[in-house]
Design a protein around this ligand. Structure first.
Ligand code: UGA
Length: 446
């Protein structure tokens, strides 16, 4: 006996995770995407994204016949109806990239609604999981022009790299609609997860997503600013974040300093909310400062590298060779969209440095990386050959256990700038490297 009959439109990391996890919860799910090649692969349980546990769930869903993949949302509705009955819930999980002026680009959402408007079974519920501006649920309802179809906002809070775990063990489920019955039906899909459910109106649910991501971004900008102050005053950021993190009102999570925050969500959502605030005639200074602090952080890392390599804040990086360790926006993913590592790389390149990079998740022909910016090497030792400094930009655990003595022999100068405070300064110090981190105390000389 299946749970609900569900169509998921979009097989990106949100859509595919939603589809596979809902199938694992006992629902019958047809997942649609416009990319025929991707769908063909998914039918063979080949998951193109690096997401722990996702491939297993897809394979299980396919084998149990609770999960299937088709090209096109309209086809998904027809197939589900023919196999098991009309769709009860249709999830929209399509991208909402940053459009002109930072505002969310809703072209993909609009195209899907246009395409399925006339095919939606009577009484179906349309759920928006994509991050969309407040008011989109209402606009979706108007675009649908179907009084029998309720629109629900159910923002997702998945992190890339741990999407399955975040879906199956959520801190909360947020469901908003101006039709309380529709909201209750959608919330019931997740009952087995045992998470607190926040049932509210559509606009508030849409706002929750922005409020969460912008708060997280603010937390990180605060930590990075605090790290700079620690450096100036001789304090250690990790002792400070541990000290504040025990306060349950603050919490230990999401307090690691770094080269700045990035990825496909936080930059997009902070800019979008700022844009929305501007258009509501509200000067959201705190959010603007959050973004500006982050932009400044990229430059601060460049200054750190400059000082480490030339011994002066005004030294030249022209023709200096730098090895960049880690290019993805965080460890555990192969995603380089809006990666802080690449933002820093671009500034280093502008300053005239020659860059060789390495990332455990990327091959030499890494898509999304301009070969004019940097050469991607297959192994970190190759990237480090002759370098004036190694710069650690993503917190891959692999870098901790490199043979740092061998690296010391390969590099031109044994300097490492560790923007994630990933390495053990004592270990790399013993290998002969001069280490500098972010907001962290320099190790005592032996
Ligand atoms: C973020 C949110 O964490 C998710 O809750 C949300 O669902 C998702 O956006 C989304 O809107 O889809 P994600 O972009 O996958 O998830 O990545 P995060 O783990 O939040 O990391 C974002 C950036 O912050 C990365 O560049 C990461 O390196 C940086 N970060 C994170 C730090 O510098 N320090 C930390 O302590 C944590």
């Amino acid at each position: 006996m299946f749970g609900r009959r569900v169509v998921v439109v979009g097989a990106g990391y949100v859509g595919l995770t939603t589809a596979a996890c809902l199938a694992s919860l006992g629902h019958r799910v047809v997942c649609a995407d416009v990319d025929a090649v991707k769908i063909e692969r998914l039918r063979r349980a080949e998951v193109g994204i690096r997401e722990a546990g996702l491939a297993d769930l897809v394979a299980e869903g396919l084998a149990a016949r609770r999960l299937s993949f088709v090209v096109g949302a309209g086809i998904a509705l027809k197939q589900l109806e023919a196999d098991d009955g009309p769709a009860e819930v249709v999830f929209l999980c399509v991208p909402t990239p940053m459009g002109v002026g930072g505002v969310a680009d809703l072209t993909a959402v609009e195209a899907v609604i246009e395409g399925i408007r006339d095919d939606l079974p009577a009484g179906a519920v349309v759920v928006n999981k994509s991050t969309v501006p407040v008011g989109t649920a209402a606009r979706t309802g108007e675009m649908l022009g179907r009084p029998d179809i309720a629109v629900v906002s159910n923002p997702e809070f998945l992190r890339e790299g741990s999407a399955v775990e975040d879906f199956l063990k959520p801190d909360r489920v947020v469901v908003g609609s101006d039709d309380p019955d529709a909201a209750a039906l959608v919330a019931a899909l997740f009952t087995r997860l045992g998470a607190p459910a926040v049932l509210t109106d559509a606009a508030s649910a849409e706002m929750v997503k922005y409020a969460a991501n912008c708060f997280l971004a603010m937390k990180l900008s605060y930590v990075n600013a605090m790290a700079e102050l620690c450096e100036r005053l001789g304090a250690d950021i990790h002792a400070v974040t541990e000290g504040i993190g025990y306060d349950r009102r603050i919490g230990q999570a999401f307090l690691d300093p770094g080269p700045g925050w990035g990825g496909s969500c936080l930059p997009k959502d902070t800019h979008a909310l700022l844009q929305v605030a501007d258009s509501a005639d509200f000067e959201f200074r705190l959010l603007r400062a959050t973004i500006d602090t982050n932009t400044r952080q990229f430059q601060r890392i460049v200054d750190k590298v400059r000082t480490a390599v030339t011994g002066s804040r005004s030294g030249s990086l022209a023709r200096r060779r730098l090895a960049l360790f880690g290019l993805t926006f965080k460890a555990g993913t192969d995603d380089v969209r809006d990666s802080p590592a690449l933002r820093v790389a671009a500034l280093l390149r502008q300053a005239g440095a020659e860059l060789a990079g390495h990332d455990p998740a990327l091959g030499p022909a890494a898509p999304g990386i301009d070969p004019a910016l940097l050469t991607v090497c297959a192994d970190p030792y190759e990237a480090a050959r002759g370098a004036d400094a190694v710069v650690v930009l993503t917190e891959w655990a692999e870098y901790r256990i490199l043979d740092w003595s061998r690296l010391a022999e390969l590099v031109g100068t044994a300097i490492v700038v560790d923007t994630r405070n990933l390495l053990d300064p004592a270990v790399v110090g013993l290998a002969g490297f001069a280490w500098s981190g972010v907001g962290a105390k320099q190790p005592a000389l032996p």
